[in-house]
Design a binder for this molecule. Structure first.
Ligand code: SF4
Length: 283
């Protein structure tokens, strides 16, 4: 892994994601090696020749000044890296950003595939409006390793969510990305709902070289689903996702916590945007 320093203009960048006004990415690059990584397009904004996933830049800032009125705004850590990737243990860049945001009156959302945020639990507890999400799409650690080899194990992520919840921190589970026929959303909800204040869902959206890589993987490890994956990802059949969204809506009645769907694809919901948000029960 190549580790470098880089200088960014500011800590916060305006976001066009459906549920955040600003994003903070204290690192550029990510060592979690998710095979479907949605952030690999970021490589073209770096000076790196290396492959995505083999470098990380530790950010310094030209200015640490925050926008003047963040009251009521939502800030996400992070959109194109994992803020609690293993380099955070040494560089504490996410901690530094959180310290600067602590009194901003914004709603801070953390999303991670790690349990390293537990090192900052005192800081997290001191931030008035904060929620911490764990992203997970399987309870099977073999599949987790195949898909997210550098991220924390399923067990460590579950334990982290439980600990955060027990410590009184608002938590959410992000079931993402949902792999058709592989991700068992009900099993995950049954296991995790006691420790989550909200459960969010996002479908697997494959682009670029990740599409063929995942199809090759399915062909090798789950050949029984290959035709269905080809229907979805090569022929554009969205019936699976329409049914999945209906299932999620129906399932939401069985759980006390709010369910929120962030399904990609402008055709799944008529009139929807490219990446839309739908809630069942008040989130
Ligand atoms: S954690 Fe996010 S940014 Fe990091 S490799 Fe996985 S999908 Fe990409």
């Amino acid at each position: 892994m190549k580790v470098s320093q880089t200088t960014a203009k500011s800590i916060l960048v305006k976001s066009n994601l459906p549920a955040s006004d600003f994003v903070a990415n204290p690192y550029s690059g990510c060592p979690h090696h998710c095979r479907y990584c949605y952030a690999s397009f970021m490589k073209r904004f770096t000076k790196h020749e290396e492959e995505w996933g083999t470098f990380i830049d530790i950010k310094e800032y030209e200015s640490k000044k925050l926008p003047s009125n963040l009251s009521g705004k939502t800030i996400l850590l992070s959109s194109v890296t994992d803020p609690y990737n293993p380099f955070e243990a040494k560089y504490h860049k996410s901690r530094e950003v959180l310290q600067l945001l602590a009194n901003s009156k914004a709603h801070i959302e953390i999303l991670s595939k790690s349990d390293l945020m537990l090192k900052d639990i005192d800081l997290l507890k001191s931030i008035p409006d904060l929620s911490v999400g764990i992203s997970l799409n399987t309870l099977d650690d073999v599949f987790r390793k195949d898909m997210e080899s550098g991220a924390a194990s399923v067990q460590r992520r579950l334990k982290a969510l439980e600990t955060l919840h027990r410590e009184g921190i608002k938590t959410y589970l992000f079931i993402s990305p949902i792999f058709p026929y592989i991700t068992n959303i009900r099993a995950i909800c049954d296991m995790v709902s006691p420790y989550a204040d909200m459960i969010c869902f996002e479908n697997l959206n494959l682009k670029g070289s990740a599409k063929q890589d995942i199809l090759n993987y399915i062909s090798e490890k789950y050949p029984q689903y290959l035709k269905r994956y080809k229907d979805i990802y090569l022929k554009g059949d969205i019936s699976y996702w329409r049914e999945m969204e209906e299932n999620i809506k129906t399932m939401s009645a069985d759980y006390k916590v709010p369910f929120v769907s962030y399904f990609y694809h402008n055709k799944i919901r008529k009139g929807g945007k490219n990446h839309d948000k739908v809630s069942w029960k008040k989130a």
